[in-house]
Write a protein that binds this ligand. Structure first.
Ligand code: 13P
Ligand code: 13P
Ligand code: MG
Ligand code: MG
Ligand code: MG
Length: 385
């Protein structure tokens, strides 16, 4: 039987700034889905991270199913009405188009979905990040599926020993490439280290995989709001679905990839580098400098049209040290204020007001030789000509 996991997320309004979702909006999205989802999806869960509402769904309509996408879109529309009434900030922020047109791609919400062949037990983790971008998943997804120091299963589990295939997207040129790990590991790293451009979209097992050949086992949202809107309208806070166990990374191997709060871009105004802090869903209020960027992990199993769970995976003292380190990095890096490398480099600022500042100052730039001439004139007190 074909089964599809679909995860769709959007920021439809927050309290007071880009801090957190409002309970009434969350409840409206839940109410809408409870009443309208029958006959379209089998089961679902509504969660959140920071100011983003997240819908995890399971159904048999396949990926890109118009009715499933429309259900999520309409649920977000309905939630937006409540957000507007309450006067929440950025009500409907990520709903960039006026009306639904067949597919939610390119309309603002982030989407990650895959068709799966369900196993006897089908465990998976949904990771949801706020105040960062899709490329923030490059590092942890690589660690889970390609780094034996993170995932010893790559060495000691016979069915993982051949490695995995990585589908990497160039999101600037809208191109994709399939690369094999471990054979092409250095090529993979040389691309995905440029995380603002090359992003891991999907991971597949190889055809040699003993338990689950040629199967999609991870998928990440890659939607870029600025490409749709043409200007900065919030960072493209991403989410991912990662299947685990039986020939895939164990739950703890998938979780271990987040034990180090590596730097991601996003944070305040989508314009700063900062540490990714793993937190419980209830602790995902984005307070300090609208962050620091956070990741929430929800663990599910799927069976017979039902989702069981989730377990709030980072709601655990085992991640206290990662959070402490993230706070220490925050103290350190915040003192740089608007300077790089805390602030993002110029090319990442093109959707902010920085190009407008440059436009304003354009006429006042002169060649350095002219300045040097002036300096020598000033220092000698007389014209050197
Ligand atoms: P248990 O012995 O607790 O089932 O754990 C098995 C395992 O492989 C953990 O990674
Ligand atoms: P969001 O992308 O989470 O809405 O945040 C936008 C922002 O500008 C935060 O400072
Ligand atoms: Mg927001
Ligand atoms: Mg957000
Ligand atoms: Mg956003």
């Amino acid at each position: 039987m074909k089964v599809t996991l679909t995860h769709i997320k959007a920021d439809i309004g927050s309290l007071p700034g880009h801090t957190t979702v409002h309970e009434d909006v969350l409840n409206e999205v839940k109410r809408f889905l409870k009443e309208q989802s029958k006959g379209i999806i089998w089961d679902h869960f509504v969660g959140y991270v920071g100011d983003d509402i997240q819908i995890t769904m399971v159904h048999d309509n396949g990926v890109n199913a118009s009715e499933v996408h429309k259900l999520a879109w309409d649920a977000f529309k309905s939630g937006t009405e409540v957000a507007k009434k309450l006067g929440l900030y950025g009500a409907g922020q990520d709903l960039l188009k006026d009306s639904f047109s067949g597919n939610i791609k390119g309309m603002g919400p982030g989407i990650a979905e895959m068709d799966i062949t369900p196993r006897r037990s089908e465990p998976f983790i949904v990771y949801m990040m706020d105040k960062t971008e899709p490329g923030a998943f490059n590092y942890p997804i690589f660690k889970m599926f390609a780094d034996p120091f993170n995932t010893p299963g790559l060495v000691i589990d016979q069915s993982m020993h051949d490695g995995f295939k990585f589908e990497v997207w160039d999101i600037q040129e809208a191109k994709a490439i399939m690369l094999n790990a471990p054979e092409e590991m250095y090529d993979i790293i040389s691309l995905i280290g440029t995380k603002g451009r090359y992003v891991i979209k999907r991971v597949y097992t190889k055809k040699e995989h003993g338990k689950l050949p040629d199967e999609n086992v991870a998928v990440i949202t890659t939607d870029k709001l600025s490409f749709i809107a043409g200007e900065y309208v919030g960072k493209d806070d991403p989410a991912a679905i990662v299947r685990i166990q039986s020939g895939l990374p164990a739950s703890g191997e998938a979780m271990e990839a987040f034990s180090h709060p590596y730097l991601v871009s996003g944070w305040m105004r989508g314009s700063f580098n900062g540490p990714l802090m793993p937190v419980a869903m209830k602790n995902s209020k984005m307070t300090r400098f609208d962050g620091p960027p956070r990741v929430v992990a929800l663990g599910f199993v799927y069976k017979d049209k039902k989702l069981t769970g989730p377990v709030d995976m980072f709601d655990d003292p085992a991640y206290d040290n990662a959070r402490k380190l993230a706070n220490d990095i925050t103290d350190y890096i915040r003192r740089m204020g608007p300077f790089e490398p805390h602030r993002l480099p110029e090319e990442d600022m093109e959707y902010t007001t920085l190009p407008k500042v440059m436009e304003k100052l354009k006429g006042r730039f002169v060649h350095v030789d002219a300045v040097e001439k002036g300096v020598s004139k000033n220092s000698t007190g007389r014209d050197s000509d």
